[in-house]
Design a protein around this ligand. Sequence first.
Ligand SMILES: [Zn+2]
Length: 377
Amino acid sequence: MTKTRNDFSARTKLDLALRASYVCSSCKLSTVGPSDEAPDAVTMIGVAAHICSAAPGPGARRYDPTMTPEERSHIDNGIWLCASCGVLIDRDEKRFTADHLRRMKREHEGSRRIEGSGSDAEGDLISIGRDIVAVGSIVHSGPDGTRVRLSHFVSGSGRDLWSLNRDFGTWLPERRYVLLNELGFGGLLADPPIVERVGQAYEVQFRLQDQVPRRDAAASLSTMSREDGRLLHGLEAYIQHFETVLGMALGTWFADLGQGSDLSDLYWRYRGSPWFGRLAMMEMIRLSCIPRFKEGRDGPSTPFLAVNRIDRVEVPSFDLTNQKLAIEVRFDLEGLGQWDHVLSVFVSTPEQLARGRENARFHNKKLRTIEAENRKV
Ligand SMILES: [Zn+2]
């Protein structure tokens, strides 16, 4: 049998759900909710529906024979709906034309402002390691640790949560962390988190390790300007440093493939969506609170070096100027306190990302071979 259905990938389905804030683009009902029936305590009644049908056939709606398989399974051909609206649009092709659905999608995504009222996404983002990201809130914080309640998953599932304890020992040390957008803060876990089912939600109790010391932002850094070669001191040097860290995509630095930021990837995935700002904030929390695992000459440090907390991240426009994105930030800097600035961050194109990662892997492999040979001598 030849493969004729051009279905969406899991990634595309998740992106559609996120961009719609898990709300049906047609009837505006929430497509997630706690449930006792589902094993992961969250019922998902949403569907990533095709605007133009994935395959031809008697039941196919809005099938466009001129589209390529790639176009049919592309995010542009998807719309997030609840299960009943998903059925409805396939029953009534006259009313739900492709143009009508595209307009509906555009208007819905544009209207999902998370900060505004009426949002079904209660709370803020909480990340446990790289793979579990959920919307939730802090319910307790004290000397015995912090307790959070998760209302729904952005990535990962209830199953991943339950296996946290069992798998904790197998996680890479640099992945054993928690990031809390509500506090602009995060850290490495001191021990395996405790997961409990409370009513219809999940609660996770954890303790964080002591923070690694931050550098004094008022004093200690000087570096050469990339623009004109002059020597930058103090804050000026830090601004360039923050922009460099954010602009270097994860996996593109051959000497350490674990370094860099997700910002460019997030940009292409969530451009135009209010989720971009929240996910960018989460990434900045990681860069400010989770230490690098290759210790520098001056002991352990975080990639952002001097940032204690991320208080605000906002993206006024998704337009790029010379491939750079303006991001308004408010950081709490060691030695200086609250600091507002507009960072100008380089965004790699998807092609640059792919090429950069391929190059980095190639040179990293060569580097390892040389290192191994040197050890033999
Ligand atoms: Zn609906």
